[in-house]
Design a binder for this molecule. Structure first.
Ligand SMILES: Nc1ncnc2c1ncn2[C@@H]1O[C@H](COP(=O)(O)OP(=O)(O)O)[C@@H](O)[C@H]1O
Ligand SMILES: [Mg+2]
Length: 360
């Protein structure tokens, strides 16, 4: 059980600023996902926590003890990489036992702990197999067991299942979540898959260009994105670019009140926050481009008069046919300017249905 504190950590490789002034507290037993596009600094941050890379600036603390200059093998951390790097000349048992042998544990204890670790990752009978005789998913389970057997206080996972197919990836990440919760082990999980982060994280850290763009629980990241980048990175989002004049959006299809200073804005509207009304007036109307039936719901692509296309989620029993003139209505939207949130509207919220933000 451990608490991790990252204080103002930066890392530069020559002129490349891989990580820029990141601060983060991870609570005891929490699973935090680092989510961001390739090159956003996720691996570099994780490697600094594991001790494989030294920060250019800042400090890393585990249970309030500064470990910034402690080497990896002396840290209470365990790391699992995307490419497992198992030893091919050893069987599964010895791969997992290796770290315990280095610690000079008794043979009987080594056997017991390896068997426990194997059972934990669902490979109870695989000890005698050579690692070359395992599937990709089984190899990653061995890599996970090899970390867990050392009983790290903090588990660091760098896209551990990225090379596996979708189905297996979903199963393994759920297993990791189960094991993590059972052991109560503080975990950082790097991924570039938003589904993965939404599915297993207690909190998500969205990274961009080495910075943390937003930190919060999955539902907040999805429902209350604080920047245009986060709004577009997680889930499906419609962006409508327009201008505001005298508190009114100048877009023909979304002539909604937006009480911010005149200038360019981006309306961000989730497909589920859009509904369609039939309109007789064909001139200047939005037109249904296509409707895809997912059984439980339909996703309708609608072409706006200005050429932009929006996605609308509708109920499964609605009928929208290509060429139909329609009027899209937004029940909730967020407004961004220069990546920052400036206004929010939600018709469904009775108490407070709109909010203007400071930097408007
Ligand atoms: N050892 C290194 N030497 C030079 N540049 C590096 C090194 N490691 C990472 N970088 C650079 O730092 C940035 C962040 O990389 P990385 O942390 O691997 O991102 P991510 O894991 O989010 O894809 C990238 O621009 C990458 O090229
Ligand atoms: Mg990486």
């Amino acid at each position: 059980m451990a608490r991790l504190t990252i204080r103002g950590v930066s890392k530069s490789f020559g002129a490349t600023h891989a990580v820029r002034d990141v601060s983060l507290d991870v609570e005891d037993g929490e699973l935090v996902c680092l989510l961001g596009p390739s090159g956003s600094g996720k691996s570099t941050l994780l490697r600094m926590i594991g001790g494989f890379e030294a920060p250019t600036e800042g400090n890393i603390l585990i249970d309030a003890k500064d470990v910034t200059s402690v080497p990896p093998e002396k840290r209470p951390t365990g790391m699992v990489f995307q490419s497992h790097a198992l030893w091919t000349h050893m069987d599964v048992f010895n791969n997992i036992a290796f770290g315990l042998k280095l610690r000079r544990l008794q043979r009987s204890e080594i056997r017991e702990r390896v068997e426990q670790a194997l059972a934990l990752v669902g490979l109870a009978d695989f000890g005698k197999r050579m690692t070359t005789q395992l599937s990709g998913g089984q190899q990653q389970r061995v890599a996970l067991a090899r970390s867990l057997v050392l009983e790290p206080k903090i588990l660091l996972l760098d896209e551990p299942f990225a090379s596996l197919d979708q189905h297996l990836r979903e199963r393994l990440r759920q297993e990791v979540r189960d094991i993590q919760q059972r052991l109560g082990i503080t975990t950082l999980f790097v991924t570039h898959g938003q589904d993965e982060a939404l599915a297993i994280a207690d909190r998500i850290v969205v990274m961009r260009d080495g910075r943390t763009e937003q930190i919060g629980p999955p539902d907040r990241i999805y429902r209350e994105p604080e920047t245009e980048f986060v709004a577009g990175f997680i889930g499906s989002m419609n962006f409508v670019r327009t201008t505001v004049k005298d508190g009114l959006s100048q877009h023909a299809a979304f002539a909604v009140p937006v009480p911010v200073a005149d200038g360019e804005i981006v309306l961000a509207i989730r497909p589920e926050a859009l509904s369609l009304a039939v309109t007789k007036d064909k001139a200047g109307a939005a037109i249904v481009h296509r409707s895809i039936d997912f059984g439980t719901h339909k996703v309708v692509d609608v072409d706006l008069a200005d050429g932009a296309r929006v996605k609308v989620m509708t109920s499964g029993n609605s009928d929208w046919i290509k060429g139909m003139p329609v009027e899209p209505v937004a029940t909730a939207f967020r407004v961004f300017r220069d990546n920052r949130l400036v206004y929010e509207f939600a018709a469904a919220s009775k108490l407070k249905n709109d909010r203007v933000f400071g930097h408007a």
